[in-house]
Design a protein around this ligand. Structure first.
Ligand code: PLP
Length: 395
């Protein structure tokens, strides 16, 4: 008789977004005329930029003509897109080779699939509060999870532990949900730790385009020694509004070798077995992001989200509330006032001023007492929400 993967029984039910929608539905049933200001969303709200749309149209037109039609794409990515991604790394002073770049259909898919490269006996270290998929993907595989809590005392940027040797290490910078970023010195410590222990860092750079501080690395490969211990997973979702279009990329250096096996070669084998590549049209559209005009246009959109962040940060500053994020990330992670727990603050904002955010306790135990505000909504709603928060919390 077939035995299912019993590890699924070890997954904790994720009540976070389920509970949020339940509470919103109950509130709207009682107050049907109220308009909610939603600062909980992790999805983008601005459309794809013009250059990307034009390139997508061009891709569609190519598929209509025999001479330009594309069938199956190479499993590791279209050569023109891999080259454009390599060139972007090089323009930032990071030496990445063409065949170290793999095109993916998004970071989520890749964060799950990449675990195929590792033995199930390996442990996975997750710095919390964390993007929930890190823990769940490893629980499904039956791996031991090492939860590394962080807090206000280290700005939600933890250092490597002295007494634990972890195998797979997740680093998300800029981080979801805290918006915190890892500076060069801290990343150096993690790279040294990983090289010393033979671990592999999975560096989630989904929000790198939001970094504005010139001292903060956009890529783990800006750190010396990272090529022998890290894989970088990137996405165009938040960078360029591809959440519904789906495109990302992963960099696996050829120097990354464990037990005499090249993880880059293993991933080529994995992709050629398990995918038939990303759609030509989407890759054609995505390639526009790496042109000068495309880069300018996506940065215009990011500027709009950053205007939302500024309004919210000004509001919290005026109230003297501690927070991190916002400057280099689309999320603001605030301390709940009056020592409220995360869900009490959620209810308080919903009932008093019809503002919806995300309770920090949903991202790990050490998120209790914190609250995530997203800057992906409209400017008008964000401004209105910030004004209401100030009126409500002003002493
Ligand atoms: N990594 C982090 C930290 C995220 O917050 C998200 C999405 O919210 C993803 C990865 C997934 O991105 P994608 O849309 O490329 O699957």
């Amino acid at each position: 008789m077939l035995k299912p993967n019993l590890n699924y029984g070890n997954l904790k039910d994720s009540y976070l977004f389920y509970n949020i929608s339940g509470k919103i539905a109950a509130y709207l049933t009682e107050h049907p005329s109220q308009k909610l200001l939603r600062l909980g969303i992790g999805d983008v709200s601005l459309p794809l930029c013009e250059t990307v749309i034009n390139s997508l149209h061009e891709g569609v037109d190519h598929q209509a003509v025999k001479e330009t039609f594309h069938g199956y794409m190479p499993e590791t990515g279209a050569p023109f897109l891999r080259e454009a991604i390599r060139a972007q790394y090089c323009s930032r002073g990071v030496d990445v080779q063409y065949d170290e770049v793999f095109v993916s259909s998004g970071a989520s898919d890749e964060l799950g699939d990449i675990l195929d490269l590792f033995d199930r006996e390996n442990s996975a270290l997750v710095m919390e509060p964390a993007y929930p998929a890190y823990v769940d993907a490893n629980v499904m595989a039956g791996r031991k999870i090492i939860h590394l809590p962080s807090g206000k005392e280290n700005g939600f940027v933890p250092l490597p532990p002295d007494d634990i040797a972890a195998d797979i290490i997740y680093i998300c910078s800029p981080a979801n949900p805290t918006g915190a970023v890892f500076d060069k010195a801290t990343l150096k410590k993690w790279v040294s730790y990983a090289n010393a222990n033979g671990s592999v860092i999975l560096f989630d750079a989904a929000y790198e385009a939001f970094i504005e501080d010139p001292e903060i690395p956009h890529s783990i490969f800006e750190i010396e020694g990272a090529k022998t211990c890290a894989i970088e997973i990137c996405s165009l979702s938040k960078t360029a509004g591809f959440t519904g279009t789906r495109l990302g990329y992963t960099v696996i250096p050829k120097d990354l070798v464990r037990s005499s096996m090249s993880l880059n070669s293993m991933w080529v084998r994995n992709r050629t077995t398990k995918t038939n590549g990303v759609s030509y049209i989407i890759q054609k559209g995505g390639s526009a992001v790496f042109t000068e005009r495309g880069r300018e246009e996506i940065m215009e959109n990011i500027k709009k989200y950053k205007a939302n962040a500024k309004v919210l940060m000004d509001a919290l500053d005026s109230l003297g509330i501690w927070y991190c994020g916002g400057k280099n990330a689309p999320y603001i992670w605030m301390e709940c006032p009056e020592s409220m727990d995360s869900w009490s603050f959620f209810d308080f904002l919903l009932n008093k001023i019809q503002v919806v955010g995300t309770p920090g306790s949903g991202f790990g135990e050490c998120g209790e007492g914190y609250f995530r505000l997203s800057t992906f909504g409209s400017f008008e709603d964000t401004k209105e929400a910030a004004e209401r928060i100030v009126r409500l919390l002003k002493k």
